[in-house]
Design a protein around this ligand. Structure first.
Ligand SMILES: Nc1ncnc2c1ncn2[C@@H]1O[C@H](COP(=O)(O)OP(=O)(O)OP(=O)(O)O)[C@@H](O)[C@H]1O
Ligand SMILES: [Mg+2]
Length: 252
C-alpha cells in the first residue's frame, strides 16, 4: 500500500497577545497509507483540530509540509488548492454547520459537482446514490438541514464529503455530538465506505474505546506533540509513553 498522506514537522504557534506565544502543533510527523484508518486521540486542547486544519489548509503552518498523494499541498492556492480538495475532505463535529440552512441537503451534496460542471440529471442520480450509500433515503435530498436529526445530518455531511470521490476523509469529532448508538452507526458507515472505496480515514476523537474498535493505527497527541504511534491494539496493550498509559487507564 502506498503512502497517501505524509505530514512532516508540521508546526503552528498562536500569538498570545501579551500572554506569550502558544505552540498548538509542535513538529508533528506521521503518515497514512491508502485504505488505512488512523485514529488521533488526546485530551481537549492538545492540538487535534489545529493539526486537522493545518492538513486541510484551513490554517497556514509556520513550518513543515503536507504531501497528499505525492503532491506537496502546503503552499497551494486557488485552483490548485481546489484540486487538492478533490482528494481530501473533512467532516466536522457539528453536522448542521456543514450545510447552508437555506439550501436543501441535495444542493449541499451536489454543490461540488455543480461547480465542476456535472449536468443536473447526472447530479441528481449521483446524489441519490450517495445518500443511499450513507444510509439515507433519496428523498432526503429535498429536505432542509433543520428537518434532519443530528445523526441523519452527519450521514448527509459524510455523503457531501464523498461527493468528490476523495481518497482521504478527515473526521474531526464527527460522532462526538451524537448519542452512543448513533455514534456506532456512523462508525459502521465509515467502515463500510472504507471497504467499498479503499478510503483512507483520519478519525479524530477523544473516545479511545471507540477509536480502538475500528482504527488500524493510533496516534496519541499530548500538548502539541505526537507522543506515541503504532498499531492500535499494540499501543493499547503495551503503551510506551506515560501519557498514553494514563489515557488508557482513564478510558478502560
Ligand atoms: N485560532 C486560535 N488562536 C489562538 N489559539 C488557538 C486557536 N485555535 C486553537 N488555539 C489553541 O490551541 C490549542 C489546541 O486547540 P485545538 O482546537 O487544536 O485542540 P483540540 O485537541 O482539538 O481540543 P478538543 O478536543 O477540545 O476539540 C488550545 O490551547 C487552543 O486554545
Ligand atoms: Mg478539536
Amino acid at each position: 500500500m502506498g503512502i497517501l498522506l505524509n505530514v512532516q514537522n508540521l508546526t503552528k504557534t498562536f500569538s498570545g497577545e501579551g500572554k506569550g506565544d502558544y505552540t498548538a502543533v509542535d513538529y508533528v510527523s506521521f503518515q497514512i497509507r491508502q485504505g488505512e484508518t488512523v485514529g488521533l486521540v488526546g485530551e481537549s486542547g492538545c492540538g487535534k483540530s489545529t493539526l486537522a486544519k493545518l492538513i486541510t489548509r484551513l490554517l497556514e503552518p509556520d513550518a513543515g509540509f503536507v504531501r497528499l498523494d505525492g503532491e506537496d499541498i502546503t503552499r497551494l492556492q486557488g485552483k490548485a488548492l481546489k484540486g487538492a480538495y478533490r482528494k481530501m475532505q473533512m467532516v466536522f463535529q457539528s453536522p448542521m454547520g456543514s450545510f447552508n440552512p437555506r439550501r436543501t441537503i441535495g444542493f449541499g451534496i451536489g454543490e461540488s459537482m455543480q461547480n465542476s460542471g456535472v449536468p443536473k440529471a447526472e447530479r441528481m442520480q449521483r446524489i441519490a446514490v450517495l445518500l443511499e450509500q450513507c444510509g439515507l433515503l433519496p428523498e432526503f435530498a429535498g429536505r432542509y438541514p433543520h428537518e434532519l436529526s443530528g445523526g441523519q445530518c452527519q450521514r448527509a455531511a459524510i455523503a457531501r464529503g464523498l461527493a468528490v470521490n476523495p481518497k482521504l476523509l478527515i473526521c474531526d469529532e464527527a460522532t462526538s455530538a451524537l448519542d452512543v448508538t448513533v455514534q456506532q452507526q456512523i462508525v459502521e458507515l465509515l467502515i463500510s465506505l472504507k471497504q467499498e472505496r479503499n478510503l483512507s480515514l483520519l478519525f479524530i476523537c477523544h473516545n479511545l474505546a471507540l477509536v480502538q474498535s475500528f482504527c488500524d493505527r493510533l496516534l496519541v497527541m499530548h500538548r502539541g506533540n505526537i507522543v506515541e504511534q503504532g498499531v492500535t491494539d499494540q499501543v493499547i496493550q503495551a503503551p510506551k509513553s506515560e501519557y498514553t498509559k494514563r489515557l488508557i487507564e482513564a478510558a478502560f
